[in-house]
Design a binder for this molecule. Structure first.
Ligand code: ADP
Ligand code: MG
Length: 332
């Protein structure tokens, strides 16, 4: 059987039971944005790692070294934010060809350092090796949080309100602009920037971690449809998403008009926005949203409701056929 027949998630489901069967108490792994190791004093260590491979995740003639350095850290720090934790330190492994320019590597570290400073993440180790087949970047990030504040994918309950902390679809639209080439409007350039330099919602994640009414949380890496599905699967619930409520930027809507794209499909199916997707007790959800807006000067966007089962998209309150698809390695 080929990998493309099981897909990325099918593969993870295949090997993980053996390693999850006998975990010690206070240890959780495989299946959330970070692994969690709880200590007796009530604090927890968060661990996440992500791999970026030339040709799969980036093309060297499209992304600058600075952007790649920044993004390789951003995607990891975002996973710590999704648990409600604070990033602590990063471990960076680089596979490089001997023909890579030293100045390229300098710039990579400029970008990496810029986000490390901004998110107070220390670079404490890593590895460097020759990789003849193209550039490989692996980053692991450790985070810290009181265990009581951690938000898991498995805690959503029927009746919860579903929120996102930012606009959706920009990064996916940016990627499409890159792929199509041609003349680039200012909007297209902005969308491409959002694809290359995503802002991980670290402060938002910390703030939401401190709110007891927030139940489940994940970062939007593969697209709302796919990432919400993971909360639903882990929690054994369903959801209704109101298509009109999916927040999109002016730049996205204008560029979609120019190119004949569907903004709603990009908002629901497009990945790599790296904002947070969360569910919260409905009774406390209006206050949560207004206090979030007060704290950050940006809205917490309500996009739907958790229900017993299934994932349905509604337009004007009625279920409609709408099948955005998120990203999965190997297909499947
Ligand atoms: P994320 O998008 O938040 O980084 P993924 O969808 O990549 O999460 O992975 C889903 C879960 O599977 C995560 O908990 C991740 O740690 C785990 N996982 C993925 N690949 C592997 C692997 N090769 N070995 C062990 N765990 C893995
Ligand atoms: Mg994640």
């Amino acid at each position: 059987m080929k990998l493309e027949e099981v897909g990325e998630f099918g593969l993870i489901r295949r090997f993980s039971p053996r390693f999850l069967a006998h975990l010690p108490e206070g240890v959780r792994g495989i299946g959330d944005d970070c692994a969690v190791i709880e200590f007796r004093d009530g604090n927890a260590l968060l661990v996440t790692t992500d791999l970026l491979i030339e040709g799969t995740h980036f093309l060297l003639d499209r992304i600058s070294a600075r952007e790649l350095g920044y993004k390789s850290l951003a995607v990891n720090v975002s996973d710590v934010a999704a648990m409600g934790g604070a990033p602590h330190s990063a471990y960076l492994s680089l596979g490089l060809s001997p023909r890579v320019e030293v100045e390229w590597v300098d710039e990579f570290f400029e970008g990496f350092g810029e986000l490390a400073d901004r998110t107070r993440t220390l670079l404490l180790g890593g590895d460097t090796a020759r990789a003849p087949g193209g550039i490989v970047v692996n980053v692991a990030v450790l985070g810290l949080a009181p265990a009581s504040r951690l938000k898991y994918r498995s805690s959503a309950k029927a009746g919860d309100a579903v929120f996102v902390t930012g606009e959706l679809g920009d990064a996916a639209a940016g990627l499409r602009c890159l792929a199509e080439g041609g003349d680039r409007s200012e909007d297209a350039q902005e969308l491409i920037r959002r694809h290359h330099l995503p802002r991980p919602h670290v402060d938002e994640g910390l703030w939401l971690g401190g709110r007891a009414e927030v139940r489940a949380m994940i970062d939007v890496s593969d697209g709302l449809d796919s990432d919400l599905s993971r909360i639903l699967e882990a929690s054994g619930v369903g959801a209704e998403v109101e298509i009109e409520r999916l927040p999109t930027s002016d730049a996205l809507r204008r560029e979609c008009k120019r190119r004949g794209w569907e903004p709603e499909a990009l908002a629901a199916g497009g990945g790599e926005d790296y904002c947070l997707l969360l569910t919260a007790d409905a009774a406390a959800s209006s206050r949560l949203a207004s206090e979030f807006a007060e704290a950050f000067g940006r809205p917490l966007h309500r996009v739907g409701t958790i229900v017993e089962s299934g994932l349905r998209y509604l337009r004007e309150g009625r279920p409609v056929r709408f099948e955005p698809r998120g990203f999965q390695h190997f297909g499947g």
